[in-house]
Design a protein around this ligand. Structure first.
Ligand code: KG4
Ligand code: ZN
Length: 384
């Protein structure tokens, strides 16, 4: 007998629904992104987000059921994101999930969004026929989070999809999340929103360019030293890097002309890398490249140190920034040298989705860990 769980995710600016069988087989995964709504504000506007979730939740769930060729009455359980996230956004999913579960008489499972991100890595590994060994360290790196956990199997020798995990928090950001730093720096440099994908692509363009050395040796360009943090070595801090970019841009009025050109391009809807790259001077390209290198290097170094310290041979990387090509490259390169295996979700499973929520719900369902009709959204829910 397969157990088919309907997952519902609405913690931030993606309305998502998915059907997953036995915690590992994705039967459907539908994500309605609100990017076009929030783009002109350069970030997620909570009021607009919850209004859009209200509009999208019913058609998105319907589409997920249709794609999985399953009727609502044939679902075995509903998994819904309880937190962390934006309270108004979470409330839409939680309320809808509760109503559905009670109308259908099906079990409801409350899921921590962060646990969903951990399961996203396992979903992808399963798709590739792999099974990451535990214990592991897991880096969750997105627009809202930069967190490092130690992950263990709840029941030793159990099946990862069935048994569920235990988490210990190793560290987290003291200020901005890494994705937030990408978004803020992109905004400072007039590269549009969200910042991660465009900075990723521009930096990759620099890497592939005919003369990357020349670009990177631009005179008087900003270089970032390693991020120094007192206390916990597994904490992160990205606001210093962002502020350094701000001061550097302010101190160089010669940036103004190209920034105006990029702003104009963005206003006209020309926001792709092919549109913006030609509007970046070598100095800007160099700045983007160095910024990304500083962030990626810090994420990779601290995570691998945490893996070594905890005796974990597995590293799991999840969240929107896990889609970053330089991050993937550096992790694969440096982990191999340390004898660690790194696992990422596919790009689609890296960013917010409901398949990861349905997958995370499975072990909780098997353990009888169910939510009641009293379930409420918890914007500050912690994983450990
Ligand atoms: O996980 P996610 O979809 O939502 C949150 O929970 O925040 O992550 C979105 C974040 C944004 O900050 C975005 O700029 C960043 O992930 N991001 C990236 C890339 N793709 C998305 N950052 C760096 N490189 C990328 N390729
Ligand atoms: Zn997320």
């Amino acid at each position: 007998m397969t157990t088919r769980i309907l997952g519902i995710e609405s913690s931030c600016d993606e309305t998502a629904a998915a059907v997953v069988a036995d915690g590992r087989e994705i039967l459907s995964s539908v994500v309605a992104s609100q990017l076009d709504i929030h783009r002109k504000y350069g970030g997620v506007v909570p009021e607009l987000a919850s209004r859009e979730h209200l509009r999208q939740i019913v058609p998105v769930v319907r589409e997920a059921l249709e794609q999985a060729a399953i009727r609502l009455v044939d679902i075995d359980a509903i998994g819904v994101t309880q937190g962390p996230g934006l309270v108004g956004s979470l409330l839409v999913g939680v309320t809808y999930g509760k109503v559905l579960a009670s109308e259908l008489g099906k079990p409801l499972v409350a899921i921590n969004h962060l646990e969903g991100h951990v399961h996203a890595v396992f979903l992808e590994a399963h798709r590739e026929g792999k099974s990451p060994e535990l214990p592991a360290v897991c880096l969750i790196v997105s627009g809202g989070h930069t967190l490092l956990y130690h992950v263990q199997q709840s029941a030793p020798d159990g099946d990862a999809a069935k048994g569920g995990f235990q988490y210990r928090r190793l560290g987290g950001t003291r200020d901005d999340a890494a994705g937030e730093a990408y978004d803020k720096v992109a905004r400072l440099l007039a590269l549009g929103y969200p910042g991660g994908p465009i900075i990723d692509q521009i930096a990759a363009g620099v890497n592939k360019s005919a003369a990357p050395g020349a670009l990177l040796n631009v005179k008087d360009v900003l270089h970032f030293g390693p991020v120094k943090i007192k206390g916990n070595p597994y904490d992160f801090s990205f606001s210093g890097i962002k502020t350094a970019v701000l001061y550097y841009v302010r101190a160089h009025p010669e940036f103004n002309e190209e920034m105006e050109a990029r702003k104009k391009a963005l206003q006209e809807g020309r926001r792709k890398v092919a549109d913006l790259l030609p509007l970046c001077s070598p100095r800007t390209l160099s700045l983007i490249f160095n910024f990304q290198f500083a962030v990626v290097n810090d994420l990779v170094t601290r995570t691998l140190e945490a893996a070594a310290e905890t005796g974990s041979h597995t590293v799991l990387v999840s969240g929107g920034v896990a889609a970053n090509s330089e991050l993937r490259k550096q992790f694969l390169l440096k982990a191999a040298a340390k004898g660690a295996h790194v696992f990422f979700p596919s790009r689609a499973l890296s960013t917010d989705n409901a398949a990861m929520i349905a997958a995370a719900a499975y072990p909780h369902l098997l353990a009888g860990d169910l939510a009641t009709s009293e379930l409420n959204a918890d914007p500050n829910l912690r994983l450990a």
